[in-house]
Design a protein around this ligand. Structure first.
Ligand SMILES: [Zn+2]
Length: 249
């Protein structure tokens, strides 16, 4: 068992228990049924993206040239590549909101009306296939190798679970953390049903991109945020079939 397959499920379980014990929002849903839809979505998307791209991804990672190979120190190369790859993730996430073709699939992630840690896995298979394919030239350009991507995926996976989670966190701690990583308060604004709020706070691993590029958005009354999308709030939209059909409705 590699470290990623250990750390990520453990993070999911710990945050699931925490948000069950001390939830921020009190959603009126069956948490297990809700969680199974999202975990099923993540599993299906990951499986399809792997089937489509495994050999191409491995080939792109094996090249290990690109910008970061100009850096002689392995540690600085890692830091440089992780930061620049996260900048790509900021751009990609923003494209998913600002380009209607990509939004069609990304909205299946936003249609969850009871966001919790499992929402961090709720990505439509087409979105994951597109994002995996479009990463290939980015890997080659930045010189991302198999070790760098493994570290990025562990760090970003933990942070993605954290900022989707429905935990109660002291506001001061959340505010301090939000200068480095996207926090639950920041990400709840991103999952608001107001389009102006949804189109903000795009950070994946690091939150400073939002402050640098002017997309940082905060709100003092996050307890009043209506999570989800206006047109996808029925019980059917929250089922696995409803989730899969969201891009086409
Ligand atoms: Zn989004």
């Amino acid at each position: 068992m590699d470290i990623k397959t250990f750390i990520l499920p453990l993070t999911l379980i710990v945050l699931f228990v925490y948000e069950t014990a001390a939830p921020f929002y009190h959603f009126n849903v069956n948490r297990f049924r809700h969680g199974i839809v999202n975990i099923g979505a993540g599993f299906l998307s990951f499986l399809l993206a792997t089937v489509f791209f495994y050999y191409l991804v491995m080939s792109a990672l094996a090249i290990d040239k690109g910008f970061s190979s100009l850096i002689p120190s392995d540690v600085f190369k890692l830091i440089f590549a992780v930061i620049l790859f996260d900048l790509w993730m900021y751009i990609w996430h923003r494209m998913n909101h600002e380009i209607s073709f990509f939004w069609r699939f990304h909205k299946a992630h936003h249609s969850d009306t009871a966001m919790d840690v499992t929402t961090g896995l709720r990505f439509h298979p087409v979105e994951l296939i597109l994002s995996t394919g479009i990463r290939l030239p980015i890997y080659m350009l930045l010189g991302i190798n198999v070790y760098i991507i493994a570290i990025y995926e562990i760090l970003s996976g933990v942070v993605i679970f954290f900022h989707h989670s429905n935990i109660s966190l002291k506001q001061k701690l959340d505010d301090v953390l939000s200068f480095v990583i996207p926090t639950p308060r920041m990400h709840r604004v991103h999952h608001s049903h107001f389009v102006k709020e949804t189109n903000s706070n795009y950070g994946t691993l690091f939150s400073f991109w939002d402050r640098i590029f002017g997309t940082f958005n905060s709100r003092s009354d996050i307890e009043n945020i209506k999570i989800g999308l206006e047109n996808y709030r029925t019980d059917y939209d929250q089922t696995f079939t409803g989730f899969l059909k969201t891009p086409f409705n």
